[in-house]
Design a protein around this ligand. Structure first.
Ligand code: URA
Length: 437
């Protein structure tokens, strides 16, 4: 009887019809309690990939997944809470800059983050590269850190959105990740369950992002903003460039060192500019500035006067981390096996392909190639040049770090192919491509 019902739902979606609210609830509860087998869920996911979902169906799927497990109540914190989510990138360490920067401007942030996925890095892995830092705080400890310091960043608890956990794992292995209704409902269900009043979305686009083109990214951003609005969460999306890595560091400890520099006003120009824009939008959402221009100035000051860096140190200390690593980044043990990739010819860097560089970093040990694999926190890539820079023949393009000699050759080859050098300076590409509210 149940099987018959599930096949009816799959057939209906395969034929391009919209599912009812009851059918969506049935699928979500069947995914969580195991009554719908993986092969039927996978068939339905593929049908959704081909046929899409209406705005009503996407909103219903989001709410149903958000309600499939625990939800977090942040009301005890008082005031307005703001959350942030990135769709994933290479060298994308913005969360670890903007959370303390916005908190230093008075915004309350209780954020749950993820681990690396595919070629993209994850905030939780980066945090764990700071010795002692706990990302598995209990609900009470989590709220206590926010109460004490104004911000906390932890891993997503296992009880949050079990339906998304199930469907995401299936999508990962059935080539059904890249679907706007599935990505929108996956991200927004977790953000809604995580309880913040306002949500800032960083939707990445370009070769290193899941949404390769601007129109695709805009469609995804609009869908997520609409869902947020419908459930009474003020939601803003920025669409940002992910054709090339952000900043100079890719890999966990390397990125933490760059985070510390950026928090003290000494970060790379592209990373700093993007963080100022994202943090300013959080400050406005949190009601701490009248407009984005005023908020930008407040954030810039927090980066320049050390307030943002001190806030990061406070948060890390409250989560058990050894802050001496942040104050003396030379203490981080970076991979001892190193290799510098040099430019074969002089010219302008016309391409520094984010996806290839992300994959090379994973290959060096900075990410996982199999489920649950341990990470080499000191592995990664330091870019000396990025798109648009001029380089002489023989000048370093990138330095590779790893602990295992055998990982070097394949990563080196990937980095070489990621770079293209030509006689013409490429047109400047804006970092922030659109803002959707
Ligand atoms: N991040 C998510 O949490 N879900 C997706 O589907 C894609 C990126």
């Amino acid at each position: 009887m149940l099987d018959l019902h599930t096949t009816d739902i799959i057939r209906k979606k395969r034929l391009g019809e919209a599912l009812t609210d009851g059918e969506i609830d049935f699928v979500v509860s069947g995914a969580v309690d195991g009554s719908i087998p993986d092969y039927q869920l996978s068939a339905l996911l593929m049908a959704i990939c081909f046929q899409g979902m209406t705005a009503r169906e996407t909103a219903k799927l989001t709410l149903s997944m958000a309600a499939s497990g625990e939800t977090v109540d942040l009301s005890a914190l008082g005031g307005v809470t703001v959350d942030k989510h990135s769709t994933g990138g290479v060298g994308d360490k913005t969360s670890l800059v903007i959370v303390p920067a916005a908190a230093a401007c008075g915004v309350k942030i209780a954020k749950m983050s993820g681990r690396g996925l595919g070629h993209t890095g994850g905030t939780v892995d980066k945090l764990e590269s700071i010795p002692g830092t706990r990302t598995d705080l209990s609900r009470e400890e989590f709220l206590e850190v926010v109460r004490k310091t104004g911000c906390a960043v932890i891993g997503q608890s296992g009880d949050l959105c079990p339906a998304d956990k199930k469907l995401y794992a299936l999508r990962d292995v059935t080539a059904t990740v890249e679907s706007v209704p599935l990505i929108a409902s996956s991200i927004m269900s977790k953000k809604i369950a995580a309880g913040s009043d306002c949500i800032l979305l960083d939707v990445k686009t370009g070769g290193g992002a899941f949404m390769k083109t601007l129109p695709e990214a805009e469609t995804l951003a609009r869908e997520m903003v609409r869902i947020g609005k419908n459930v009474g969460r003020r939601t803003v999306a920025l669409i940002t460039d992910m054709d090339r890595p952000l900043g100079r560091a890719v890999g966990n400890a390397l990125e933490i060192i760059e985070v510390c520099e950026t928090l003290q006003g000494r970060g790379p120009a592209d990373l700093t500019a993007e963080c100022v824009e994202l943090a300013a939008n959080m400050v406005v959402l949190g009601g701490r500035a009248s407009g984005v221009e005023a908020a930008r100035e407040t954030v810039r000051q927090a980066l320049q006067n050390g307030a943002a860096f001190e806030k990061f140190c406070e948060m890390i200390a409250a989560q058990g981390g050894d802050v001496s690593y942040l104050r003396e980044p030379g203490k981080f043990a970076l991979g001892a096996v190193r290799k510098t990739v040099e430019a074969p010819i002089p010219g302008f860097v016309t391409r520094a392909a984010a996806e290839e560089i992300g994959l090379a970093s994973v290959g060096l040990g900075a990410g996982r190639e199999t489920v649950g694999e341990a990470i080499d926190f000191g592995a990664g890539i330091l870019l000396h040049k990025n798109r648009g820079d001029y380089v002489e023949a023989g000048e370093p393009l990138a330095t590779l770090f790893t602990s295992e000699r055998k990982r070097l050759d394949a990563a080196e080859e990937r980095v070489r192919t990621a770079f293209r050098i030509g006689p013409e300076k490429p047109a400047e590409q804006p970092l922030i491509l659109a803002r959707i509210e």
